[in-house]
Design a protein around this ligand. Structure first.
Ligand SMILES: [Cu+2]
Length: 108
């Protein structure tokens, strides 16, 4: 009886270990540089929870604004602003001051 109960607990503990999902990858921080009125390349391996530091190297003010409003970084000249990706999917972004400045983040 006692050994059967011990076996039950051992099997339960083993099952518990098996059903626990692997630890999620730690969030990463990436940088996207704005230079000469253009957004630089965006990271290819973005995941929900990752952060982007938007860096404005221009002398003009820019923004990095998600068209779904999930982030909006206001970037005066030479500013850096960090945003966190709160959702997955394709997230188009623009500069609110310069309609030609745009890009898309693809977040898993
Ligand atoms: Cu701009």
């Amino acid at each position: 009886m006692r050994s059967r109960r011990a076996l039950f607990f051992a099997v339960s503990a083993g099952t518990l270990l098996l059903v626990c999902p692997p630890a999620a990858a730690a969030p990463r921080t990436y940088t996207v540089v704005i230079d000469k009125m253009k957004f630089g390349p965006v990271p290819a391996q973005l995941r929900k929870g990752d952060a982007i530091i938007w860096v404005n190297r221009d002398f003009l003010r820019h923004t990095a604004t998600a068209t779904d409003h999930s982030f909006d970084a206001d970037l005066p000249a030479n500013a850096k602003v960090k945003t966190v990706l709160k959702k997955s999917g394709a997230i188009p972004f623009i500069c609110r001051y310069h309609p030609g400045m745009r890009g898309v983040l693809r977040v898993r």
